[in-house]
Design a binder for this molecule. Structure first.
Ligand code: 13P
Length: 262
């Protein structure tokens, strides 16, 4: 499936891997160097909140956060709002990551509120969906559809143009064995299915503006398979994005990838 987008999107999700401000700055600098060389790829650095204001938007590089509050303002100790993030230069936020659902207990309703809060101030939302267990009986399609519909509840067609959907099968996240990673072939099936749901929800024009990404143990060795045969417009990268060397290789592999017409 040929990507409709001129540039592939690679999102770095630093999670809790980067330990200090000095480490964050060093990794950012190496990403700046690569970003300036990219022609067919752009990246988002989704960094911990404390590092956000050390990141500056560059050509082919956008600043992202890993979460956002569902609350707009008020007595919510510890929360960080969409407006605060936008005011320090953030343009992209991740919502509904399985680790937030597990660690912070984010419900589908809260995820939908986060999506609306972020889209409402003009941010791009990288909405994560994905089944918990590997399945061959089609049940993952049911899970993903349910999650998508619940997380997009109340999101209007007008706002939906700023959505990015990340398909992240939870069982493939942080996999230590290559066999535990999803295959481009099953990602393709899911990507087509996600696009159909978006088409049904928002119509062709809007759905065609929504990128679909794959996430789950993306590495320099497997990124091209997903981009070339997985029907996706980019990737959401966790562990490998915390290594300057691996992330640079992922970006270079992305530059060299092509997408097939299927
Ligand atoms: P890994 O690339 O470490 O498997 O993480 C995937 C992920 O959760 C990205 O959001």
């Amino acid at each position: 499936m040929k990507s409709l987008f001129a540039k592939k999107l690679i999102v770095a999700n630093w999670k809790l891997y980067i330990k200090t401000q000095a480490e964050a700055k060093a990794l950012y600098k190496s990403c700046v160097v690569v970003a300036s060389q990219l022609k067919r790829t752009e990246m988002v650095l989704a960094v911990p909140f404390v590092f956000v204001s050390h990141m500056v938007k560059r050509k082919n590089m956008h600043v992202g956060a890993q979460d956002v509050s569902w609350a707009v303002e008020g007595a919510y100790t510890g929360e960080v709002s969409a407006r605060m993030l936008a005011s320090v230069g953030v343009t992209h936020v991740i919502a509904g990551h399985s680790e937030r659902r597990d660690l912070a207990g984010d419900t589908d309703e809260q995820v939908a509120q986060k999506v609306k809060a972020a889209l409402g101030v003009g941010l791009w939302v990288i909405l994560c969906v994905g089944e918990r267990e590997r399945a061959t009986d089609g049940s993952s399609l049911v899970v993903v559809k349910r999650e998508l519909l619940a997380s997009l509840k109340g999101v209007s067609r007008m706002l939906a143009g700023h959505l990015i959907i990340a398909y992240e099968p939870i069982w493939a996240i942080s996999a230590h064995h290559p066999k535990s990673v999803d295959t481009p072939e099953s990602t393709l099936e899911m990507a087509i299915y996600i696009r159909k749901i978006l088409h049904d929800l928002y119509g062709k024009a809007t759905a065609s503006r929504i990128r679909v990404l794959y996430g789950g143990s993306v590495a320099p060795e497997n990124i091209r398979g997903f981009l070339e045969r997985g029907g996706v417009d980019g990737a959401l990268v966790g562990h490998a994005s915390a290594s300057a060397g691996k992330f640079t290789r992922i970006l270079h592999e992305t530059e060299m990838s092509y997408s097939q017409d299927v």
